[in-house]
Design a protein around this ligand. Structure first.
Ligand code: MN
Length: 263
């Protein structure tokens, strides 16, 4: 199995080293990651200038740094390394749950893999104060990879480890009720106003969600999909439109049929 490992914290992140090391027990690993931190870069790609990569020693693992975004790294890495089976992204220093995954570069690297017909797994861990103890987390990383790597039905997955020793694994849904992004005003030393995009703590959590599992001390695993279509809205709009079209065409019989099929 050819495993491409990337992240959004940059090629020198301890989380990336921990993931690459754990993954090397499961196949041939190659690291390709941004040369600088790209957290919250989302799924942006570099289309206004060329990209390049440089060899970067990372112990025994073959590694490269790229002057681009996480999505760039995966696109470039997969195109240069034929036969890439799967992309692992992380382990991000900071959880990626709820609506936060829209901004996440960690998730974007996994999504880029899925866009290219590969499989992508994003892995993150909260950093409340101290740096995570990756040596202690190693058995949990191995457990998750043992579970997810052989299952080809899982094309895009979001994994979050709790900061403390995990109590187990919970399959979860994305928490979507509340958004933790907020813009706060501040002032620079010269008295000029500026603004920080930051996150505010969400205290309410819904059972069964990624945020809830983390709070309870479990590893959260959420299967994701690329299709953003709201199926319910789509059916409602199609039914409404076909009714209107029937009325507009002056056919009361067709309008009644459309009305009946809607109810
Ligand atoms: Mn990050």
């Amino acid at each position: 199995m050819r495993i491409l490992v990337s992240n959004d914290d940059g090629v020198y992140s301890p989380g990336l080293a921990a993931l690459a090391e754990a993954a090397s027990e499961f196949g041939k690993v190659r690291v390709i990651a941004p040369d600088v931190e790209m957290s919250s870069a989302g799924h942006s790609i570099t289309a206004w200038r060329p990209l390049s990569y440089k060899h970067t020693p990372l112990g025994d693992i073959e590694a490269y740094r790229v002057n681009g975004t996480p999505a760039d790294c995966v696109a470039l890495g997969a195109s240069r390394w034929e036969g890439t089976d799967i992309v692992l992204s992380g382990i991000n220093l900071g959880s990626n749950v709820g609506h936060g995954i829209w901004h996440s570069g960690t998730l974007a690297a996994a999504k880029q893999a899925a866009l290219m017909g590969l499989r992508g797994i994003a892995l993150s861990i909260p950093v409340p104060k101290d740096q995570p103890d990756f040596a202690r987390l190693k058995p949990s990383i191995r457990e998750v990879l043992e579970l997810l790597l052989p299952d080809k039905s899982l094309t895009l997955v979001n994994v979050n480890f709790p900061h403390e020793k995990p109590k187990g694994i919970r399959w979860t849904r994305q928490s979507i009720r509340l958004y933790d992004g907020k813009v706060l005003p501040g002032e620079d030393p010269m008295g000029r106003k500026h603004y920080w995009f930051t996150v505010v703590p969400i205290t309410e959590t819904d059972e069964g969600t990624d945020r809830w599992a983390l709070e309870q001390g479990y590893i959260s695993i959420t299967p994701l999909r690329l299709d953003l279509t709201d199926e319910e809205k789509l059916r409602a709009m199609q039914a409404r439109h076909s009714r209107r079209a029937a009325v507009a065409s002056g056919s009361p019989a067709r309008a009644r049929t459309a009305e009946r099929s809607r109810s």
